[in-house]
Design a protein around this ligand. Structure first.
Ligand SMILES: NC(=O)c1ccc[n+]([C@@H]2O[C@H](COP(=O)([O-])OP(=O)(O)OC[C@H]3O[C@@H](n4cnc5c(N)ncnc54)[C@H](O)[C@@H]3O)[C@@H](O)[C@H]2O)c1
Length: 387
C-alpha cells in the first residue's frame, strides 16, 4: 500500500492550478508513485476564493487562514504558491511546525528573507525544495546528461535568455509582479532566476555579473485584488496609474566559477517572444541548444561528427531520455508545462519518502538569490559585482 501525504497548498492562482494538476496526475504518470499526494486543504485570501479553489482544484477543504492550516497535525506538506511577499513568513512557520515544504520560485524577495528561510528549514530538518521546474524538462535534463558525460567537453560559454511579451503593453495592469514590496524585483526575480537556475544546473555557480537593468514602463493602471492577469488588459484607461518600481529588463555578462563566461537576458516586454527560454552552451568538443518554445527538442553538435555532416542535429525527447520511464511512451508526442510540474512533484515526494535532498533545495536556491541580488546591485552601480 503506497503511503498518502496530506498537502496544504497556499495560493490558488496560476501556480495553484499547475501544482494541483501535478498532485492529481503524478501517480498516473509515475507508478508506483513514491507517495500519493492527497489534496487536503487549499488556502487563499478570502473564504470565497478558497472555496472556489477547493472545488476547482479538487481539495477536500478550504481555508482563508494559512497559519492555522499549516499548524494542523494532519498536514504533512506545505506548498507555497503565493506571490513572493509571503514566501518567507509561510516557509519559516511551516518549518517550525515540522512540515515538508515546496516553495515557488523565486525563493524570496530579498537575500535576507532567503537566508532566514534556509536557516529555518535546516534547523527543522524538513525536506525542502524550490519549484524551478524548467530544469525538469526532459530535453534540459538530457543536456545535463550529455554535459556530465563530457560529450561537449569543457564548457566555454553559456548564453541564456528568457524573453516574453505579456507586459510590453503599457495598459497591462500594475499587478503584484510590478511592485517591489510584493515581488522584490521584476524580470530578474520572475524569469531571470529561471535562467540562473539553469546556468547553475548545467554549468556551475555564477561568480560575477555585470548587468544593465531598465524600467521602460514607469506607470501602469492599478489592479485591485485578484490573481495576476499577466498583461491581460481591458483597455480601460480610467483606472488610476501606479508606479512600477522594479526592472522590466536585465542584460548581463556573467562569469562562472569554472572559468566559463556567458550572457544572460530577461524581459517580459519583447514583442513576439512568448516563452522564449533559450540556452546555448558551447564546449571544447561540441554545443547544445534548447528553446522552451520547442521543448521536446534538444539540438546538439558534437565536434567529432564527420566533417561532411557537421551542424546541429535535433533529438526529439521520449522514453529513452530523462523521465521517459513515466512520461509518454513515444518520442515526439509532446510534453507541456504540466509535465515539468509532474516530474517536480514526483522528485519532491520521492525525496520526502527516501529522506533525500531534492534539487534545488532552499540552500541551492539561495545561490540563485545571491546572483539575483548581484544583478540588481550591478544594474544600479554599473559595476562588476562578485556573487
Ligand atoms: N515555476 C514557475 O514557472 C512559475 C510560474 C509562475 C509563477 N511562479 C511563482 O509562483 C508564485 C505565485 O505566482 P502565480 O502566478 O500563481 O500568482 P497568481 O497571482 O496567479 O496567484 C497567487 C494566488 O495567491 C493568493 N494569495 C496571495 N496572498 C495570499 C496569502 N497571504 N495567503 C493565501 N493566498 C494568497 C492570491 O489570492 C492568488 O490566488 C510566485 O512566487 C511566482 O513567482 C512560478
Amino acid at each position: 500500500m503506497i503511503k498518502s501525504l496530506n498537502v496544504a497548498m497556499i495560493g490558488g492562482g496560476f501556480m495553484g492550478k499547475a501544482h494541483a494538476m501535478a498532485y492529481a496526475a503524478m501517480p498516473m504518470f509515475f507508478w508506483p508513485a513514491p507517495a500519493i499526494p492527497h489534496r487536503k486543504v487549499v488556502v487563499d485570501v478570502t473564504d470565497v476564493l478558497a472555496e472556489e479553489a477547493r472545488q476547482r482544484f479538487g481539495f477536500a477543504e478550504a481555508s482563508s487562514d494559512w497559519m492555522a492550516t499549516i499548524s494542523r497535525d494532519d498536514i504533512d506538506v506545505v506548498d507555497i504558491c503565493t506571490p513572493n511577499n509571503v514566501h518567507a513568513e509561510i516557509a519559516i512557520a511551516a518549518a517550525k511546525a515540522g512540515k515538508h515544504i515546496i516553495c515557488e520560485k523565486p525563493l524570496a524577495r530579498t537575500l535576507e528573507e532567503a537566508r532566514a528561510m534556509t536557516k529555518a528549514v535546516k534547523e527543522a530538518g524538513v525536506t525542502n525544495m524550490v519549484a524551478f521546474n524548467y530544469r525538469r524538462t526532459p530535453a534540459v535534463a538530457l543536456a545535463k546528461r550529455f554535459i556530465d558525460e563530457g560529450r561537449i567537453g569543457k564548457i566555454l560559454n553559456f548564453r541564456g535568455t528568457y524573453l516574453q511579451d505579456w507586459s510590453a503593453d503599457p495598459d497591462g495592469p500594475l499587478s503584484w509582479r510590478f511592485q517591489k514590496k510584493i515581488a522584490g524585483s521584476g524580470a530578474i526575480g520572475d524569469i531571470g532566476t529561471h535562467v540562473v537556475d539553469m546556468a547553475h544546473y548545467l554549468v556551475g555557480n555564477i561568480s560575477e555579473v555585470n548587468a544593465i537593468t531598465k524600467t521602460y514602463i514607469k506607470e501602469r493602471p492599478i489592479q485591485t485584488g485578484g490573481v495576476d492577469k499577466l498583461g491581460a488588459s481591458d483597455k480601460k484607461t480610467d483606472a488610476p496609474l501606479g508606479a512600477v518600481d522594479v526592472d522590466d529588463e536585465v542584460l548581463s555578462l556573467i562569469r562562472f566559477e569554472t572559468g566559463a563566461v556567458g550572457t544572460l537576458e530577461a524581459t517580459r516586454n519583447a514583442y513576439g517572444r512568448n516563452n522564449f527560454l533559450t540556452l546555448e552552451i558551447h564546449g571544447e568538443e561540441g554545443s547544445i541548444y534548447f528553446n522552451y518554445e520547442r521543448r521536446d527538442e534538444l539540438q546538439v553538435m558534437f565536434a567529432d561528427d564527420p566533417s561532411d555532416a557537421r551542424g546541429f542535429r535535433t533529438i526529439y525527447t521520449g522514453p529513452a531520455h530523462p523521465y521517459g520511464d513515466g512520461l509518454w511512451p513515444i518520442p515526439g508526442l509532446g510534453i507541456g508545462y504540466s509535465e515539468t510540474k509532474i516530474v517536480e512533484c514526483r522528485d519532491f515526494f520521492a525525496a520526502i519518502v527516501n529522506g533525500e535532498t531534492p534539487t534545488p533545495d532552499f540552500a541551492e536556491a539561495l545561490q540563485t538569490e545571491l546572483v539575483a541580488d548581484a544583478l540588481i546591485k550591478s544594474g544600479q552601480t554599473g559595476n562588476w559585482i562578485t556573487v
